[in-house]
Design a protein around this ligand. Structure first.
Ligand SMILES: Cc1cc2nc3c(=O)[nH]c(=O)nc-3n(C[C@H](O)[C@H](O)[C@H](O)COP(=O)(O)OP(=O)(O)OC[C@H]3O[C@@H](n4cnc5c(N)ncnc54)[C@H](O)[C@@H]3O)c2cc1C
Length: 556
């Protein structure tokens, strides 16, 4: 049964939906969810409540009952951690055509130009909507302020509360969605698989704590499950980024694209026993420089744009400096000690406070950093309307691949992608509402190979380390073949039964294989994919997208 009330997490009482304007001002933790028990059927299921899922929910609300599922708290997503900002051609000095050109240049020859055109042309309207819904972007007086990030030819990155842009966008989207009565949220609801009948996705399979699978049916399912950072041992991504959407779409038979293109962020805090906290590109945009173990600035010798070179160039330069360093556990340093301390603290309050928790004052200390897995350019193949190759299945945001980022994402284009393509997917699902005739209930679990009682944490750590060593910033045939071989052998040891963590182990394993196989098949270097045995770009053979299905990898 669904109730049109919201339940307060701070007290068990059921309270009425607050007034719209009041809700807009509430901190996110108060915007909790309406569900007492899951319904058996809804019109639309959206898996994920980051920027893409929330934006799609707003578009779908008029068309029927919308169920938004998250596997953790509603507020836990990559969107919440996005710091630097959101790119949009809105400043006086900017043009949509320039944003398009920078996006295409960053993608290194294989951006889907039509997808990128849609992104930059529809972006300004989506940002205006966000502002209308209460998003507080930073301003000087009444004018929006734009910062410059790597590989952008103009200052075009909007930010909010300094370095909490994603959190502010999530807050505003969530506040808007919470006013729409047909949108229901359910937290801590792990989607384990897609239900396919007669070639059409007609619902999702949810796993209980006992490993039982339940079906909730719907006209269509949108996967907005975010990225794949947890496939690697070093990542800026939150723990929820286990690529569940990609893995379940692949298992259901959907086409998956461009999985070899994983962006490694050059500058993640590197301290023993501390998470790989992201140190935004915007720090370098504001003048921070990189120094090696001897404290020499090294980026000018690698690229004309020095610290503002594309991310993959900076990540590889750092990897090289680490390799030639004589330190035992080498790091390089991000140095902003020459910038005005008050400006640094005001512009990057979250970064300043987080580093201080680790006894690093970024206004006086150089910060030890290393690269970390950050963003998946590939994902579930979709058209410009969020449609996957499977009927009834849609995808948006980081789990999708429209080709908009090509081989490398332009910084701060992903929040915009979530908005633009989340809205598009919502509109398309609305226009294609179909009756689902599937009978909900408990499902029989088909036997799969695996190891009952195996420790999922151990299994996951093994895969993550293998991927970091063999399919990371710098790759080769030897390392990638070794990774594929080990991953194929590890399939027999996948932990069982279908508890949440065991399912995540499976998804990480599936996604690791997709990345390693695609990277092995691409015999060139392009964008974020760099191979020592094929260091050059080969446009003749590989100016194409990789497509992977159960039948293997092909290029088209
Ligand atoms: C530290 C950091 C900083 C970043 N900074 C920027 C930036 O400045 N600008 C920019 O444009 N981009 C930035 N990015 C990238 C950007 O934040 C993400 O690409 C974007 O937010 C992804 O949005 P999404 O809606 O696709 O997924 P997410 O925001 O990751 O949301 C995923 C959702 O799916 C749910 N989910 C996943 N699996 C399941 C499952 N099996 N069952 C149920 N629910 C599930 C999760 O609970 C969550 O709600 C940053 C990323 C990180 C990690």
């Amino acid at each position: 049964m669904v109730i049109d009330q919201i339940e307060c997490r701070r007290s068990p009482a059921i309270i009425q939906l607050p007034h719209d304007k009041f809700l807009n001002r509430l901190p996110l933790c108060y915007h909790f969810r309406f569900m007492k028990r899951l319904p058996e059927r809804v019109d639309f299921i959206l898996v994920g409540a980051g920027v893409a899922g929330l934006r799609a929910a707003i578009d779908l609300a008029e068309a029927g009952k919308v169920l938004v599922l998250t596997k953790q708290e509603l507020t836990e997503s990559a969107t919440q951690y996005a710091q630097g900002g959101i790119a949009v051609a809105l400043s006086d000095e900017d043009e949509i055509g320039l944003h398009l050109q920078d996006t295409i240049n960053a993608g290194d020859g294989i951006v889907n130009a039509e997808a990128a055109r849609v992104l930059v042309e529809e972006g300004p309207h989506r940002i205006q909507e966000l502002i209308d819904w209460g998003t507080e972007f930073d301003r000087e007086g009444t004018k929006l302020t734009f910062t410059r990030e790597a590989a952008h030819s103009r200052s075009r990155v909007l930010h909010a509360h300094g370095d909490s842009t994603g959190r502010e966008i999530g807050r505003a989207l969530h506040a808007k969605a919470a006013t729409l009565k047909s949108v229901m949220f359910s937290e801590f609801e792990f989607t384990a698989g897609l239900h396919v009948e007669a070639g059409r996705v007609s619902g999702v399979e949810l796993t209980s704590s006992q490993g039982e699978l339940h079906l909730v049916s719907s006209s269509a399912v949108l996967l907005a499950t975010g990225g794949a950072g947890q496939v690697y041992s070093n990542t800026t991504n939150p723990a929820v980024a286990t690529a569940d959407g990609v893995a379940m779409a692949y298992r259901a038979g959907a086409e998956i694209n461009d999985m070899e293109f994983v962006q490694f962020h050059p500058t993640a805090l590197y301290l023993k026993n501390a998470p790989r906290f992201l140190l935004s590109e915007a720090l370098r945009g504001e003048g921070a420089v990189l120094r090696n173990a001897e404290l020499h600035r090294f980026m000018p010798k690698y690229h004309d744009m020095a610290e503002l070179a594309p991310r993959d160039v900076v990540a590889r330069a750092i990897a090289h400096e680490l390799e030639v360093s004589r330190m035992k556990d080498p790091v390089v340093y991000l140095d902003m000690t020459h910038l005005k301390p008050d400006h640094v603290k005001a512009r990057f309050p979250r970064i300043y406070a987080t580093c201080l928790q680790h006894n690093i004052d970024i206004t006086v200390d150089a910060v030890p950093i290393r690269p970390a897995a950050h963003y998946l350019m590939g994902g579930i193949r979709t058209d410009l309307f969020g449609r996957s190759s499977l009927r009834g299945l849609y995808a948006a945001g980081e789990s999708a691949c429209t080709g908009v980022h090509g081989a490398n994402r332009l910084a701060s284009n992903s929040l915009l992608e979530g908005l633009v393509y989340g809205a598009r997917a919502g509109q398309t699902m609305r226009e294609n509402l179909a009756e689902s005739r599937v009978r909900p209930g408990v499902l029989k679990i088909e036997p799969v190979p695996g190891n009952a009682g195996a420790d999922p944490e151990h299994f996951i750590r093994e895969v993550q380390q293998l991927m970091w060593n063999n399919a990371g910033v710098v790759r080769s045939r030897h390392g990638l073949s070794d990774a594929v071989h080990h991953l194929e052998a590890a399939a027999a040891r996948l932990p069982l039964p279908f508890s949440r963590r065991n399912c995540e182990a499976r998804n990480i394993h599936t996604t690791a294989l997709l990345i390693a196989r695609s990277a092995l098949a691409r015999l060139e270097s392009r964008g974020a994919h760099y191979r020592t045995d094929y260091p050059a770009r080969d446009d003749l053979k590989f100016k194409k997208h990789s497509v992977v299905t159960g039948g293997g990898v092909r290029f088209e």
